[in-house]
Design a protein around this ligand. Structure first.
Ligand SMILES: NC(=O)C1=CN([C@@H]2O[C@H](COP(=O)(O)OP(=O)(O)OC[C@H]3O[C@@H](n4cnc5c(N)ncnc54)[C@H](O)[C@@H]3O)[C@@H](O)[C@H]2O)C=CC1
Ligand SMILES: O=C(O)[C@@H]1CCC=N1
Length: 379
């Protein structure tokens, strides 16, 4: 068992890998890593092309040429989404190939590696985007030290007691993985050691980019990411925002990292509280839902193990249908899919009527809004 209480041996088979929705692009034998290394330089020469749209198309084509399926290349172009929005791809990227063995050369240091940090580390290692010798973590207590040492990564002491200096000296990318209320202390310890060669990635709920930038030296490269625990099995839904001094290369490094453990989209910072209430906290809502569905089946006579198994697979299968059922890689509308399950005077409408009577729809909306509000309060 790992610290998240999950049996690692069960994980590889718990989420089936899928084939990619690859495009007809003829060159597909290279990886995100190629795009990563060539992108920075080519982005700028590319900008000399006529017009913003042409620039975006060019980057997309370049992504394909770098071996990405069309929709991943298309997604890469979102990194500069501030250029225009009208040809923005939809948010679904579930059919996109994973950047297997992308092997980013960056050394990644975690200041605080608890549940979320460990999920990221395990995901990065599983994806091959990094290797143990390129990852380090500053750890405050012996139990965390033991858990993380088993991954073969380098361990330093507490971030507020010398560990920040060691992480800074041994990392290109520093991931701030402490709780929001621990952030001030950690940033104070880190500030004297940060240079403009570092990329600082905060995963803390509620903490604004401006607070991080203000606590660190001028021109520090900062990116704010909201991941979720399914990073552990490379099924995360992450969103990220670039800080004021983050470069296109920082964007591509962040995207490559987060894409290696799931899907990743860019948003504006004003949307990060909503992201936190939805995908950051969302796995907990779904776990509760799976548990409750299984309870219902147990109450109706099904053994607990079969009830949990069928409940979890039902949620996974239905989610996949939304993600993959839209045709041309788009997202299907859940209301249409719901109607396909629901026979006149059948079983499903009887169940749905109960859910509506209990206000489940409104309860989910309220949950996301409450979590978003809480994220706002954490600022
Ligand atoms: N748990 C989740 O599902 C998600 C969490 N987050 C964010 O990730 C961050 C971490 O959350 P969790 O991993 O859940 O919390 P956690 O409490 O499991 O992990 C935080 C870790 O930081 C360590 N820490 C605190 N001060 C330290 C210091 N000075 N030096 C070294 N280590 C130190 C703690 O000992 C702990 O191991 C939070 O800011 C949270 O908002 C974001 C998305 C999802
Ligand atoms: O509950 C929390 O505050 C963290 C942030 C998002 C998920 N877990």
């Amino acid at each position: 068992m790992n610290s998240l209480g999950l049996c690692q041996q069960l994980l590889p088979c718990s989420v089936p890998r899928r084939s990619s929705g690859a495009c007809a692009c003829p060159v597909r034998d290279s990886s995100v890593a190629n795009l990563y290394s060539s992108w920075s330089a080519s982005l700028w020469s590319c900008q000399q092309h006529k017009g913003v749209k042409q620039h975006k198309r060019h980057k997309r084509a370049q992504g394909c040429a770098a071996g990405l399926p069309f929709r991943e290349a298309q997604h890469e172009s979102l990194i500069t989404q501030d250029l225009d929005d009208d040809d923005e791809p939809d948010a679904s990227s579930s059919d996109i190939a994973r950047p297997e063995q992308a092997g980013l050369p960056d050394r990644i240091g975690f200041l605080g590696a608890g549940k979320m940090g460990e999920a990221l580390i395990r995901g990065f290692l599983a994806s091959g985007v990094s290797v143990p010798s390129n990852i380090s973590a500053s750890v405050r207590n012996a139990e965390r030290q033991r858990a993380l040492s088993m991954l073969g990564i380098q361990i330093f002491g507490s971030a507020t007691d010398g560990g920040a200096a060691e992480i800074a000296a041994n990392s290109d990318i520093i991931i701030l993985g402490v709780k929001p209320h621990q952030m001030d202390a950690v940033l104070s310890s880190l500030a004297p050691h940060v240079t403009t060669n570092h990329l600082i990635i905060s995963i803390a709920a509620g903490i604004r980019i401006s607070s991080i930038e203000n606590a660190l030296p001028d021109a520090t490269h900062v990116v704010r990411v909201m991941p979720n625990t399914p990073c552990l099995i490379r099924e995360a839904a992450s969103a990220y925002v670039l800080g004021n001094h983050a470069t296109p290369l920082d964007a591509s490094r962040t995207f490559a990292l987060m894409r290696s453990v799931g899907v990743a989209v860019t948003v504006e910072e004003r949307m990060m509280d909503a992201v936190t209430g939805l995908s950051g906290s969302g796995p907990a809502y779904v776990f509760l839902m799976v548990e409750a569905l299984a309870d219902g089946a147990v109450a109706s006579g099904l053994p607990r193990d079969k009830a949990l198994f069928l409940a979890a697979q039902t949620v996974a299968g239905a989610s996949r249908m939304v993600l993959e059922g839209g045709g041309n890689g788009g997202i299907a509308h859940p209301a249409l899919l719901k109607d396909h399950v629901t026979s006149p005077a059948g079983t499903t409408i009887a169940g749905l009527a109960e859910l509506e009577a209990c206000g489940v729809r409104s309860a989910f909306m309220r949950a996301v809004k409450a979590a978003s509000r809480r994220s706002e309060e954490l600022t």
